[in-house]
Design a protein around this ligand. Structure first.
Ligand SMILES: [Fe+2]
Length: 304
């Protein structure tokens, strides 16, 4: 089974500015620098939660998911090979990046590079304590797709995701474990990253983290608020040099599998998107920021 998002690899044109933001504003920890790459850790055992690489244009390099075993990595590879929309980038084998392990990389139905890995060596980390605002790790990733049903089917079939809920036919929330969503898809004119959500310790830390950025002069794109679907809190911010959108989140709904779960379809209104009524309006500017530009990393795997 695929378990969670380990890390995201992003290409950024101004590596120095982006790294400064992630280290000093977003409060990730630099764990390694390797040529044109910088690796950032958080309050979790993952070797890293973010890899930045210097590129000409902002692009998504990869979405890295954890599998529970090497055998499951091989299973994912077999299902990619059998899927008409999947494209393996190599056979499963030793992982050639920080943390090592056993991995497979492939292009998904929209041409994103996805890595599924197991047996990755973690790192010694300091757990996040009360009132600390640094993130624990990645909670979920939301991806923009031109065909939400194709994306849903691919992630269900190849990686065992299950639909938790929908917002009309515009957003599809998928899980593999008890947390409401690990990956979600948003209908968009093109393939791109909608946002990466970093989990903070709790509600107090969520507001402190949001406020810390606001005090430093960085206004949220949208938030703070609490979503009706998934129940998680949200404050979306934009990393200024690349334009990628990040979210602080906490307190996502935990699904009670024991009593069964039937996906619901919610309407796209303010009650659904902002139950507290504290966020700014989700206007066209917010939507355009989250939809972003077509990702030049699509169908083009990163060189590392
Ligand atoms: Fe989110």
């Amino acid at each position: 089974m695929v378990l969670h998002v380990r890390h995201v690899g992003l290409g950024v044109p101004d590596l120095r500015s982006a790294a400064e933001f992630y280290e000093n504003r977003w409060q990730l920890e630099v764990v390694e620098r390797d040529g044109d790459r910088i690796y950032f850790g958080a309050g979790c055992p993952e070797s890293h939660v973010l890899r930045l690489r210097a590129t000409e244009e902002p692009r998504v390099d990869l979405i890295a998911l954890a599998a529970e075993s090497a055998a499951e990595v091989d299973g994912v590879a077999a299902r990619v090979a059998a899927h008409p929309r999947g494209r393996l980038l190599g056979e499963p084998g030793p992982r050639q990046d920080l943390g090592g392990g056993h991995a497979v990389r492939f292009l998904d139905c929209d041409g994103r590079t996805v890595e599924v890995s197991a047996d990755v060596t973690g790192r010694v980390f300091t757990p996040v304590s009360a009132s600390e605002t640094r993130p624990k790790g990645i909670g979920h990733v939301v991806l923009n797709t031109p065909d939400i049903q194709v994306a849903r089917e691919f992630y269900e079939t190849v990686m065992g995701f299950r639909v938790t809920d929908w917002v009309e036919d515009v957003m599809c929330f998928l899980r593999t474990g008890p947390v409401h969503h690990t990956i979600a898809f948003t209908r968009a004119p093109h393939t791109s990253l909608n946002h990466v959500a970093f989990e903070v310790r709790g509600l107090d830390e969520f507001m402190r983290a949001t406020g810390a950025l606001m005090r430093s002069g960085i206004a949220p794109v949208w938030g703070p608020g609490r979503h009706g679907v998934g129940q998680n809190t949200f404050s979306y911010f934009q990393e200024p040099s690349s334009g990628f959108v990040l979210e602080y989140t906490t307190a996502a709904q935990v699904i009670d599998e024991e009593h069964g779960w039937t996906p619901k379809v919610y309407p796209a209104n303010a009650q659904t998107t902002d139950v507290w009524g504290t966020a700014n309006a989700r206007d066209e500017l917010v939507s355009a920021t989250l939809i972003g530009r077509p990702d030049p990393g699509t169908w083009t795997p990163p060189p590392v």
